[in-house]
Design a protein around this ligand. Structure first.
Ligand SMILES: [Zn+2]
Length: 317
């Protein structure tokens, strides 16, 4: 073959390659409802935000993608986190902070005894347990939260005893808090890989409180004061489902008598252990138990997001 013929052949091949690419581009642009269009729809917002950062196409990039763009109807849910298996047991008060008192009982002493019974019960069930204190130590509330939040996949159970001026008042109540701090909300969103702009509702603490309260009453036969929402420090700052249990009134003579008996403390521990186990079985069956993503709801304006006020009632808030 002559040099001229080779050159013509090369030109022809180059033209064919160009025609092929042109054909592909036309097909890509026409494929609006197909897989290519969907991919573009998913990634266009990201591409726009990148171009905004680099200063390109500023006006177009300012438009915030709607939640339906970020989470298409047919998009699979992100993988959920593994179920919680580490239990942080927090004995209320301790050291310089005695807590409340009544009928000769100081709260810090007996919250620790109940916490130790709970530790034994939970270890017996195969849970890993981390105590925030093992003796009569002063532990700041922020340190208790640091101990809990540095762990992955845990639950937090804070154990307390109650007091009131009226000696006849008795019973058990379990507290939870849903409107967590912004840092907790951020941590939970990261844990569940929630897409930006899609509201996430986390009611796991309420479900845990419900389960523990029901089981506690079933095992102890104590007066049921129910589950209650309250903004205690350890509840609103925990990255994981958290509850605070008031295991009885030291101001009530009968309940004070029960609390000093190891058999009753074991029953309290069994009730809490049963409640935790029932909750975690639900989580095991459905890792989205208590957590929902609601892509169709409009995102709340940032100025409406409220941070609970700090206070110091009974030194547990
Ligand atoms: Zn207390």
């Amino acid at each position: 073959m002559s040099e001229k013929a080779v050159s013509r052949l090369r030109t022809l091949v180059a033209c064919l390659v160009l025609a092929f690419f042109w054909f592909c581009m036309v097909n890509l642009l026409q494929d609006r409802g197909g897989a290519v269009g969907e991919t573009l729809a998913r990634f266009l917002p990201k591409i726009l935000s990148l171009s905004s950062k680099s200063g390109v196409s500023e006006a177009t990039a300012r438009k915030r993608p709607s939640s339906s763009e970020l989470l298409p109807d047919n998009a699979p849910l992100p993988p959920p986190p593994p179920p919680e298996r580490l239990i942080i047991v927090d004995a209320g008060h301790g050291g310089l902070d005695g807590g409340t008192q009544g009928n000769g009982l100081l709260e810090k002493d007996w919250s620790l005894q109940i916490a130790k019974a709970l530790e034994e019960d939970l270890v017996g069930r195969g849970f890993k347990v981390r105590m925030t204190r093992n003796g009569d130590d002063t532990v700041e509330l922020s340190d208790r939260i640091d101990i809990a939040n540095e762990q992955a996949n845990h639950l937090l159970v804070s154990v307390h005893l109650n007091h009131t001026a009226e000696p006849s008042v008795s019973g058990i109540e379990t507290f939870y808090w849903l409107d967590q701090s912004l840092s907790v909300t951020k941590a939970v969103r990261e844990q569940y890989e929630a897409p930006t702009g899609v509201p996430l509702t986390d009611s796991r603490s309420e479900l845990l409180a419900q389960s523990v309260q029901e089981n506690l009453i079933q095992v102890t036969g104590a007066h049921d004061r129910g589950k209650k929402e309250e903004s205690f420090f350890v509840l609103r700052n925990s990255n994981a489902p958290a509850i605070l249990i008031e295991c009885g009134f030291v101001s009530n003579p009968q309940e004070a008598e029960h609390i000093v008996t190891s058999g009753y403390r074991k029953r309290l521990a069994r009730g809490i252990g049963n409640g935790i186990t029932a909750f975690l079985n639900e989580v095991q069956a459905d890792r989205w138990y208590g957590v929902t993503l609601t892509p169709d709801l409009p995102e709340a304006p940032e100025e409406l997001v409220q941070v609970p006020a700090e206070d110091n009632h009974n030194n547990i808030q």
